[in-house]
Design a protein around this ligand. Structure first.
Ligand SMILES: [Zn+2]
Length: 793
């Protein structure tokens, strides 16, 4: 793949951006100084309109084709390129884009940016590659006096100018340190804010749109301050900027983006208050800790190229747990890592065609495929935890301090990291880790032998360099005990550590997807744990129940039998804990209750649903946050006549958590007219924002009445989805559809449609994985279902 850095090395960008959010227009002037390496210069520029190009102050000819500007010049010269251009602001959540929300009767506008991986070039011409580090001087003009204008650096000065009777408010930002283009950012709009300082005096300010109560910023500020203190300490190099801003944006594609000094978030990933559930608080803390670890790992030291994206993401994904565990030891946050990330990684990595943690990219379009949460984030994080436990935390972090010192403001590859760690390790770090990060999949260990995990049970000669094998949650592998050994372990379950227990269940649930272990054996296994006291064991049980759900045609008698089994399984524990939370309760019990109530909703347990409905209050802040999701949902299930009322509430509420609860609830609708209305909402961005569309789709795929209707909608509206989803997310629709296909008829429909769309690399990749996934699921159902049904009599 061609690298534009081979032609020209930018050193400084001076960017004058005149941005009018009302006219949806960005008028820009980029002055790029740098060194030429050849006699032509190439710059990335995505869908901009060029007005004039100058080299060293003289107007010059240029070619602008396929989103690249080509200029002729002299090789090995210092030059200054000036480009006058403009571009429209759209709502596509890429480049510089518009985000909207309603405040009272007024539609408020925010301009935000999302440049990772290569959308900086949709905002200004540049060499949009992570190695092309340069300094940036940003100047932004806006027409609104009361708009807050933020960027990576502190404000140097503000001025206002009048030209042609129009006043423009201009903000000059301090020059940035050398950094990658994808980390530049700015935000324009009206915001509430709160400020705090880290122990070293870094000014931290968190912002939210003005339709929120500013109290909702307090938690995020406190977590950011503790995270900075923690990383200052363990990374050895202090946070290098003078300030850190965090902003919640109403329209946001991912969870958050680590822009240096100006981290942007989806509202639900930043804004929590005293009415928030423990889960929401945990998730916000993890997201903030993740993004702030990137300020070092990613921003200060950056991967040389996207194939080493894992250096950024796997690291941030393990550091977030270290940081949150330090801040909130009572959260027992590592348990969430084991039952969440580790399990998700195993499940995804079991599919043929899934990428390795470190993956080559041959085409710019393939870069978006890299961001596979289960692999580059979760699996990579698990592999790092395995390494950290082998080295010992102390030695690991001592090496990291040296790594940051040696590579700050530079770019690195995996090899640089292995070399830094090797000095403190007694084993060959590179040999071990390369064997895990360069090949997809994982081994099953049995009697000292290893075999690649395969859903079909087929043999493979792939092997891994094995670490010291432990029966806790340290490694990304499966231990296959014989039935007798397994029964023996199970008999002494209470004597095992929590991690040993989780491994036993996680491994068994994975093996049940293969011919080695029958899925029918999971039914009596679940029954053994009906009085279980650990929330994370219940978490794995819920995942196993989720797997078993796929064996039954929704709405048929066999499904009712399974629902009855679930209802019986949870009965005694619900009785013991009660539907209402107690004033003083352990985090385990809070979590278990929430899992049980969700299962009761799945099983349509009338008794429990009625008890939940009795706790329903029109004022949602009066419902206990730990069961609010389930109560709001149960009330609609029992009173579907409230459907339209719920939709209205969904539209009006500004609280991200309540909005998520309402979306989940309305997606349970059973009446055809309501289901059809929901599916139609996928096309109404004023009601369901494009950022939330995928969630609604996923919920509807789990709803027996809506399942097929919503997939037909995707087929019919595919071009609309592509046009409105941005590059990265359109392939999520086939990915999540494949997740829930359980019969040949729907499988045929799915492939008939998508096989014609595989000219796009991201879709081709998704469809290839879907093929093995669906085939093995249909085969598994055929093989194991008769025995499962026998267990359910
Ligand atoms: Zn990240």
């Amino acid at each position: 793949m061609e690298r534009l850095l081979d032609y020209f090395k930018p050193q400084n960008y001076q960017l004058f951006l005149d941005i009018d959010k009302h006219k949806k227009m960005l008028q820009g002037r980029a002055i790029i100084s740098g060194l030429t390496k050849r006699d032509i210069v190439k710059l990335h520029a995505k869908n901009i309109i060029i007005e004039k190009v100058m080299i060293n102050g003289k107007e010059d000819d240029y070619i602008y084709k396929d989103n690249i500007i080509i200029l002729e010049t002299k090789a090995d010269a210092e030059i200054e390129i000036t480009i006058h251009y403009r571009t429209a602001l759209k709502g596509n959540m890429e480049g510089a884009y518009l985000s909207t929300y309603n405040y009272g009767d007024v539609e408020e506008l925010i301009v935000a940016t999302q440049f990772e991986p290569h959308y900086a070039s949709a905002c200004f011409p540049c060499v949009d590659e992570p190695s092309a580090k340069a300094t940036f001087e940003l100047i932004i003009s806006v027409p609104d006096k009361d708009d807050v204008v933020l960027s990576n650096m502190p404000i140097k000065q503000t001025k206002h100018f009048t030209s042609e009777n129009v006043v423009k408010y201009t903000t000059f930002f301090e020059k940035t340190p050398v950094m990658s283009t994808y980390l530049l950012a700015f935000v324009i709009g009206k915001f509430h804010h709160q400020t705090i300082r880290s122990s070293r005096g870094v000014k931290i300010t968190t912002y939210c749109p003005i339709n929120h109560d500013p109290k909702i910023l307090k938690y995020a500020n406190a977590v950011a301050a503790s995270s900075l203190d923690y990383y200052d300490d363990v990374f050895g190099v202090p946070y290098p900027l003078k300030k850190l801003d965090q902003v919640a944006i109403p329209d946001f594609e991912a969870g958050a983006m680590e822009n240096w000094g100006l981290v942007t978030y989806r509202e639900s990933c930043l804004l929590v208050d005293k009415n928030s559930s423990l889960d929401a608080k945990k998730s916000v803390a993890l997201t903030i800790a993740h993004e702030l670890s990137h300020q070092w790992f990613g921003n200060l030291v950056t991967m040389k190229w996207w194939n080493d994206l894992w250096l950024n993401e796997s690291f941030a994904s393990v550091m977030e747990y270290y940081a949150v565990d330090m801040m909130f030891p009572k959260y027992h946050i590592w348990e969430d890592f084991f039952t969440g990330d580790c399990l998700a990684a195993l499940r995804r990595d079991a599919l043929d065609g899934v990428q390795a943690v470190k993956q080559e990219v041959r085409d710019p379009e393939e870069i978006s495929i890299l961001f596979d949460g289960a692999i580059v984030y979760a699996k990579g994080a698990h592999l790092l935890l395995m390494l950290i436990r082998m080295m010992g935390e102390h030695k690991f972090f001592a090496s990291m301090k040296k790594y940051f010192k040696a590579h700050r403001y530079g770019n690195t590859t995996s090899d640089d990291l292995w070399a830094a760690l090797q000095r403190n390790a007694k084993f060959d770090v590179k040999k071990l880790m390369n064997s895990w990060i360069l090949q997809p999949g994982f081994p099953v260990l049995k009697d000292g032998e290893q075999q690649k995990f395969s859903l079909s049970g087929s043999a493979s000669d792939k092997t891994w360099v094995l670490p010291e094998i432990r029966d806790d949650m340290s490694g990304h592998y499966i231990i296959n005990y014989s039935d007798e050994e397994f029964a023996k372990k199970l008999a002494q379950f209470d004597k095992l550590s929590l991690e040993q227990r989780l491994r036993l269940l996680v491994d068994r649930s994975m093996l049940a997807k293969t011919p080695h272990v029958s899925s029918a054996s999971l039914i009596p296994l679940l029954s053994k744990f009906e009085n279980e006291k650990s929330a994370s064991v219940w978490e794995v049980m819920a995942a196993i129940i989720g797997d078993l759900k796929t064996f039954f045609d929704p709405g048929f008698e066999e499904e009712l039998r399974f629902k009855k089994f679930v209802k019986n399984l949870i009965a005694s524990k619900i009785k013991q804990l009660g539907v209402s939370p107690k004033t003083i309760e352990s985090p385990d019990n809070i979590k278990i209750r929430s899992i049980l109530l969700s299962l009761a909703i799945y099983a349509r347990d009338k008794d429990v649903l009625e008890q939940m409905t009795n706790l329903y209050q029109e004022d949602y802040s009066l419902i206990n946050p730990e069961i609010r999701t389930q109560v709001i949902c149960a009330n609609l299930i029992m009173h579907e006549e409230l459907f339209n009322d719920y939709i209205l509430k969904y539209q009006i509420t500004s609280k991200p958590e309540v909005k998520a609860d309402l979306l989940f609830a309305i997606a349970q609708a059973k009446e055809l007219k309501n289901v059809e209305k929901l599916v139609a909402l996928l096309e109404y961005p004023d009601v369901v924002k494009p950022q939330d569309r995928l969630h609604l789709f996923i919920y509807l795929r789990r709803n027996a009445r809506a399942k097929h209707i919503v997939l037909d909608w995707v087929f019919k509206h595919w071009d609309y989805l592509l046009a409105t989803s941005g590059d990265q997310s359109a392939d999520d629709f086939p990915r999540y559809a494949a997740n829930t296909i359980i019969d040949q008829e729907e499988s045929d429909k799915f492939f008939n449609f998508f096989m014609e769309k595989i000219d796009k690399p991201a879709i081709a990749h998704t469809i290839k994985i879907a093929k093995t996934e669906i085939e093995s699921r249909i085969a598994l159902i055929a093989a194991d279902k008769p025995d499962i049904l026998k267990q359910l009599i």
